[in-house]
Ligand binder design. Structure first.
Ligand code: ATP
Length: 445
């Protein structure tokens, strides 16, 4: 895709998000804050639905994974032990011409400050040699602001899981292999955030750490790659737009023995959506050495104690949200008019159905409001009686709502309504009870 088409597509997504209340610039009335975004009414629902879809797949539908919600602020020593204080940095270059600061390994994603249509590779500016820049945000804990009160705002949720390995194992009585799943905010002082919510300084991660016997790492690594691939399929993503990228030796993080990214083809190119990592016994070994606590595992099936290996699946909620928006965005001509369709899966769509009376008379609004009341007990549904029915369909199509239910003249005779499917535009007549079963089936999958 050309730079122009990329920008057009991203501009359309950003504009749809603002118009329909998916995502707004943070602190907008103050001029916004770089790379910070707020989720509006539809965005907040969509994000919760993505979180729940992940949580459901990872915990509710499995017996071997427990949930956790660890605090964002952790003992500062954790970040020394994990290697983040020393190693969690990106290479940074300065441009002597435009005074911009860019990530040296992502120059093709960055824009020159003086010539925004060009990357720092193309604009002719002189770049300094790369130097390391630590991505962790620091803050002070307590009333005294000195070296001894420095704490870090977590750059990943994973460490909260490692330090709770013993707690969860003991309280849940899980046996290896088992996992711990967590959804939570992470913060990174990214050098070049951008591409809307793709790379931000505050974001949400959906991470799962699976504790295994070291002899079985290859098997579980492959297992989790397959599980995560299938999850995106169930999410309704166009699978032709996903691919695997294996990390070469020089790309591997300091803790990883093997790593694969699931990449999506965004308008700005193929980029990481999720990482699956074999972290070996690196994390538990380091925490054991630092704390003196025995984090080795034993049960009667094994001849001796061992430090579990960890297979990690690490996905970004905001990035997944951007992915479903980009993937579902469609523009087509309906009756000579350009219309936007957001083809979100019913499983994650912010509004599952809209209920309309065809006209505002003959008892149709009363019937429709009653149906809305009944559906509301089970699903997020929306009632709309204003404007021509075609306009109402159009508003719901671009909000990603998969079904529109219309009460018409026939409803008053046989209690059936039309259920119009967003993507096929097909209409089927159903009674309220049938609609409830139909929606339950589509939403649950
Ligand atoms: P990148 O190479 O894009 O900086 P990473 O390899 O540092 O990402 P991980 O540390 O593996 O990313 O984080 C796991 C997931 O968290 C990523 O796949 C992504 O979905 C999400 N993520 C990481 N950094 C950000 C960010 N700055 N903004 C939004 N999501 C992020």
């Amino acid at each position: 895709m050309t730079a122009k088409k990329t920008n057009d597509m991203m501009d359309k997504i950003v504009s749809l998000c603002k118009r329909r209340g998916f995502v707004y610039p943070s602190s907008e009335i103050y001029g916004g804050l770089g790379s910070c975004w707020d989720y509006g009414p539809l965005g907040a629902e969509l994000k919760r639905n993505i979180d729940s879809f992940w949580w459901d797949a990872m915990t509710n539908r499995r017996d071997d994974i427990e949930g956790l919600d660890a605090s964002i602020l952790m003992h500062p020593q954790v970040w020394h032990t994990s290697g983040h204080v020393e190693e969690f940095s990106d290479p940074l270059v300065d441009c002597k011409t435009c005074k911009g600061r860019f990530r040296a390994d992502k120059l093709e994603e960055s824009r020159c400050l003086l010539k925004p249509s060009k990357t720092p590779l193309e604009c002719g500016g002189e770049l300094t040699p790369p130097r390391r820049f630590n991505l962790m945000f620091k803050t002070f804990m307590g009333p005294v602001e000195d070296e001894s009160s420095i704490t870090y705002i977590r750059p990943e949720t994973a460490q909260g899981i490692y330090v709770n390995f013993l707690n969860v194992k003991n309280s849940s009585r899980q046996k290896i292999p088992f996992g711990i799943a967590q959804i939570g905010k992470a913060f990174r002082n990214e050098i070049t955030p951008g591409n809307f919510i793709f790379r931000t300084r505050e974001f949400e991660q959906m991470e799962m750490q699976y504790f295994i016997h070291p002899d079985e790492d290859e098997k579980w690594f492959e297992y989790w790659r397959e599980q995560r691939w299938q999850w995106y399929k169930a999410l309704g993503i166009n699978m032709d737009k996903l691919r695997w990228h294996e990390h070469e030796k020089d790309e591997l993080a300091h803790y990883a023995k093997k790593a694969y990214d699931i990449e999506y083809e965004y308008p700005f190119g193929w980029q990481e959506l999720e990482g699956v990592h074999n972290r070996t016994d690196f994390d538990l070994t380091r925490h054991m050495e630092a704390t003196g606590k025995d984090l080795r595992y034993f049960d009667e099936r094994f001849p001796e104690k061992f430090i579990p290996y960890i297979i990690e699946t690490s996905a970004g909620c905001d990035r997944t949200l951007l992915t479903v928006l980009v993937d579902g965005y469609d523009e087509i001509e309906v009756k000579g008019e350009k219309r936007v369709f957001l083809r979100l899966s019913p499983r994650i769509a912010p509004i599952k159905a809209a209920v309309f009376p065809l006209v505002k008379k003959d008892g149709m609004p009363e019937f429709a409001r009653n149906v809305h009341q009944q559906l509301k007990k089970r699903f997020k549904v929306f009632y709309d009686e204003s404007g021509a029915v075609g306009r109402r369909y159009a508003r719901m199509d671009e909000a990603g709502c998969p079904y529109c239910i219309t009460v018409d003249g026939q409803t008053l005779q046989d209690e059936t309504m039309t259920v119009r499917e967003r993507d096929s535009m097909e209409q089927t007549r159903m009674k309220t009870e049938e609609i409830i079963d139909f929606l339950a089936d589509k939403v649950r999958g």
